[in-house]
Write a protein that binds this ligand. Structure first.
Ligand SMILES: [Zn+2]
Length: 138
């Protein structure tokens, strides 16, 4: 299902013309208009999902299959030094367009992109408690 006021629905379904790097029945891969680096693309499902929490498993699986293929092709073609594949859910996580999208960001030794955080320390009690709580939910 599409959402009328969603720009990514319009881009993914051709209502707004765009250069697609790849397209099939489920997803479209387009260039990010504000790229972090050369070759930064987005994998966008054609159906509207606000984020990963509302996405069905079939679409989620396909998104990553396509992301994997695109990443390998970009890596071979661009001569980049590495790649980030990331996906933000919710404003606090950095999501700015509320239609699920996965970023594929080629990385170069001299790029100025900073995707880092300060490492904390794992709380073993928290982890064991969470394992128990989620055992039958995943
Ligand atoms: Zn949408």
């Amino acid at each position: 299902m599409k959402k009328d006021d969603c720009i990514f629905c319009k881009l993914a379904n051709g209502e707004i013309p765009t250069n697609a790097l790849y397209e099939d029945d489920i997803v479209k891969v387009i260039f990010d208009l504000g790229p972090a680096t050369r070759g930064h693309v987005l994998v966008i499902p054609k159906e509207h999902f606000d984020n990963v929490f509302s996405m069905d498993e079939k679409t989620a699986a396909h998104v990553f299959v396509v992301a994997s293929r695109v990443a390998k092709a970009l890596y071979a073609e661009l001569g980049c030094d590495g790649m980030n594949i990331l996906q933000n859910n919710g404003e606090i996580a950095g999501q700015t367009v509320f239609h699920f999208h996965m970023h594929i960001i080629p990385r170069y030794k001299d790029d100025a992109v900073n995707i880092k955080w300060t490492a904390g320390k794992l709380d073993d009690d928290f982890a064991h408690n969470l394992i128990e709580k989620l055992r039958d939910k995943i």
